[in-house]
Ligand binder design. Structure first.
Ligand code: GRF
Length: 218
């Protein structure tokens, strides 16, 4: 890919992952541009971040539509109109429906705060603490119609201590999220991801390459 990869980011809240992507772009380490931030919640702090960085942002309210499909159809239209090539779910708290998935097949990425397929759904960090696992982490995956079920692109692991609370583990995982999400987008922008069934092959990374679980700090 020669030009900058056109991104559309969907968020519902704080937007720290959105910020991590913005920072990588501004630092010149990610050859992409954010064409639009779409929020489903008018109070999302991500909106303020977008404003600060002069990134176009829109609020699309699900209440304004007769069905969930119609809501996602409107989001797909917004993204297409702006020429978005890759959709990034950065803390977007809804299950994406068919109209958006079909508009962007294997071109929607999500970040999940657990090592999928463990602990899908809400509160992945709390689930890990309560289960008592010793390792957790985060996953970037392509989105399909299931809940956190799409092909895994990249994961990072963190240790879990018996002293951890949901909050302390969340902080540790979040630091890794901010590393691997931009990394996954970079791999996509460089044309290095290939989906074969459930498996995402990464050109230049062996499947057992250590960097897939612990990407280099930049
Ligand atoms: C992150 O923990 C992410 O894994 C999950 O939602 C949270 C969003 O945080 N999907 P932020 O809005 O990016 O700060």
């Amino acid at each position: 890919m020669s030009g900058r990869l056109a991104l559309g980011v969907l968020a519902s809240g704080r937007g720290s992952n959105f910020q991590a992507i913005v920072d990588e772009i501004e630092a010149g380490r990610l050859h992409a541009e954010i064409r639009v931030l779409v929020v489903d919640n008018p109070d999302a702090y991500a909106l303020e971040r977008a404003q600060k960085h002069s990134i176009p942002a829109v609020h699309v309210s699900p209440q304004g539509f007769p069905s969930k499909d119609a809501f996602f159809c409107a989001i797909a239209d917004e993204l297409k109109t702006r020429g978005v090539e890759l959709v990034v779910l950065a803390g977007f708290m809804r299950i994406v429906r068919k109209p958006l998935i079909e508009a962007y097949p294997y071109r929607i990425m999500n970040i999940h705060p657990a090592l999928l397929p463990s602990f899908p759904g809400l509160h992945g960090q709390r689930q890990a603490v309560e289960y008592g696992v010793k390792i957790s982490g985060c996953t970037v995956h392509f989105v399909d119609e299931g809940m956190d079920t799409g092909p895994v692109i990249i994961q990072a692991a963190v240790p879990v201590s018996s002293d951890d609370s949901e909050e302390t583990l969340s902080e540790r995982i979040l630091r890794m999220e901010h590393r691997i999400f931009p990394e996954a987008i970079r791999l996509y922008a460089e044309g290095r991801l290939r989906v074969e069934g459930r498996v995402v092959r990464i050109d230049g990374y062996g499947l057992r390459d250590e960097r897939v679980v612990n990407p280099p700090l930049r």
